[in-house]
Design a protein. Sequence first.
Length: 452
Amino acid sequence: MKEYTDEYLEQIKHIISADDKEQARAELAGLHPADIAELYQNLDLDEAEYLYKLLDEETAADVLMELDEDDRLKLLSHMPAEEIAKQIDHLDTDDAVDLIQQLDEEERDEILSHIDDVEQAGDIIDLLKYDEDTAGGLMGTEMIVVNENWSMPECIKQMRVQAEDMDEIYYVYVVDNDYRLRGTLPLKMMLTHPSVSKIKHVMETDPVSVKADTPIDDVALDFEKYDLVAMPVVDSIGRLLGLITVDDVMDQVRESSERDYQLASGISSDVDADDSIFAQTKARIPWLLIGIASGLLASVILSTFEAQLQAVTTLALFIPIIGGTGGNVGVQASAIVVQGLANGSLDIRHFATQLGKEILIGLLNASIITSVVLVYNLIMLPSELAVTMSVAASLFIVVIFASILGTVVPLTLEKLHINPALATGPFIQISNDILGLIIYVQISTLFLRLFS
């Protein structure tokens, strides 16, 4: 990975300002497209455009896909449809679809009309029909496909023709006359059975495949489970549609992880550090306002507790402990559930089992936490028995309820097809703060009456 020092960037900027195209091309020569994309991120838009126009079409297409979405859109917004179509000619169909999906419908139609390869344009249109969060939206159509009834010499001949327009070859897929996936053809078989009468006699059957409507998260789990570098995509009757590669899956997993992390942090939409002040504020403010609303609700709850607090001021000292403990327990429980749903170790069908397990964990945690606080209060507040019992009972109940809430909420969100990562952030924290406060107020009121 190339590092760009301030001195080097100043040198590049000087070359651009001097309009020295030959020197600029020399600087770009030999750089990996990812390094060029990183260089662009350190330049302003006009400077990046200047260098981009000096690249050959194939390299320019690769650089375009290495840019993050915001930078790519900025560059595309200054390019005519004909130029974008030329870049797409050098992209695999899955990358072309990713690029076109960022544009509005009118721009898409204009760009597709300028693509010279009618077959490629048709493939792109077909892929655009799939939801981008499914296997169909992630797949490409570039792959080696042979018929099970071909002989090995005929198979090799056809493979050579198909391979001419491909950059990478992962597997050779075998189909029947109806284009249904039947197996894969290992390279070893080509070398050891050069004159076999039909491919179906030497192919490996039952390849791992995925249907076009399978969610990307499930696709990623299959890649991990079977240690694959590529996976075929089929329709509902087993016909071969396309191919997903591991690099595309990893890109999606990374993006999904970033979204989940931001959601768990109380950021409502996908933003980056270099986004505008307005965009970042818009993404952050919803949960901050919800937090303010919950704080105002907490003040209303405490106002009903005012008489008790005035009579026994020690009760106020333990409000942060009650709320904080409930929030922490809830976040821990929800984090375990969300992680289990993400890596496949927890199935939504095991709702009751997981809830029962979490209740037992909650009982154990509650017993330990309550014992520690109870012993502390008996030593430090020997004359405040009502406070001691109120805090101990409240903590015990709050931990149990927080464990249940932290389990039920993400499982319910998953069942409703809502991102369960929402349950690991401010939602659980705020819910448990309010719940803990209500429990503390009610139990303290009860114990104060009993001990008075």
